[in-house]
Design a protein. Structure first.
Length: 294
């Protein structure tokens, strides 16, 4: 397994896969081997089918998680072991579309005001103001805040793509207040790690997750299951309700396909309430009147 792991790691790195994808693929192959207590090069299609069934039946994994794990095994067998892979024998599961939880603007205000520390407050504000993913916010550099052009540069986002988003004047002022309060001014990272925020490495994504969860608890919003991505959904939905077009939102979010962005049409209360039900177009008789006229 050690030799295979090294080869797989090299093949993933040669293709410039994201570090998070590399970790997920390696973990999947390790789990696959541990499940059968055997090296993957001695396992075949029957084992893959059994493993796929166990992901649903035993571990109750979501379809998207199963798809990612199958992609990892497919990479192993095709790119590392140089074997064939039958899509017919190992089909990807049907995707499930669940609409994400959305907060109202009043609830976002409550969430920000309920943060426990100034550091958590600026993290939550940045998530909402930019619509960035938590990993993108965690790895923001000081140089990414462009107050001259009033934009925030998102470097190496999903798919290793760069993009710019608007720099809110309110966020800029909050960032300046946060900066003045730091004990030691960082050299590179906007949000440095460790307890005193003096590390030479950026804050971890878990810190952003914790900031959102603790603020939700303090704000009485724990039933909403709020996490950093919730604020990304709120950013897009509130922009749409404010009149921004889908194409602009697509660019700001860094979506590859406009179809990904259309989900926010389903989440926008303004767009839903502006659309009349066909029932409203019917001229129905008053209850009981139709019976009397029969």
């Amino acid at each position: 397994m050690t030799h295979l792991r090294q080869i797989m790691l090299e093949e993933l790195e040669r293709r410039n896969y994201a570090s998070s994808t590399i970790r997920a693929y390696i973990r999947t192959v390790e789990h696959f081997a541990q499940h059968f207590r055997c090296s993957p090069d001695r396992l075949g299609p029957d084992h893959i089918r059994q493993y796929q069934a166990a992901m649903f039946r035993t571990w109750k994994l979501a379809p998207n998680t199963v798809t990612q794990r199958l992609a990892a095994l497919r990479f192993l067998y095709i790119q590392v072991l140089k074997r064939g892979w039958s899509v017919a024998e190992t089909p990807y599961p049907k995707k499930e579309l669940h609409l994400p939880q959305i907060l109202s603007q009043a609830e976002v205000t409550r969430l920000i005001d309920a943060t426990e520390t100034p550091f958590q407050r600026i993290l939550v504000m940045t998530l909402y103001a930019t619509g960035a993913r938590r990993a993108e916010v965690a790895r923001l550099k000081i140089s990414d805040i462009d107050s001259e052009r009033m934009v925030v540069h998102i470097r190496g986002g999903k798919g290793r793509k760069d993009r710019d988003v608007m720099l809110s004047p309110a966020l800029l002022e909050a960032l300046r207040t946060y900066w003045r309060g730091l004990r030691r001014k960082p050299a590179v990272w906007l949000f440095p790690g460790n307890r005193w925020h003096t590390s030479s490495r950026p804050v971890t994504t878990k810190v952003l997750w914790t900031a959102c969860r603790q603020a939700a608890l303090r704000a009485g919003l724990e039933h909403k299951h709020i996490h950093p991505h919730t604020l990304r959904h709120c950013f897009a939905t509130h922009l749409l309700e404010a009149g921004a077009d889908l194409r602009t939102i697509q660019v700001l979010l860094g979506h590859r396909d406009l179809e990904e962005t259309t989900i926010y049409l389903h989440l926008s209360s303004k767009h839903l309430s502006a659309t009349s039900s066909p029932l409203d177009m019917l001229r129905l008789a008053i209850p009981g009147e139709a019976v009397r006229n029969a």
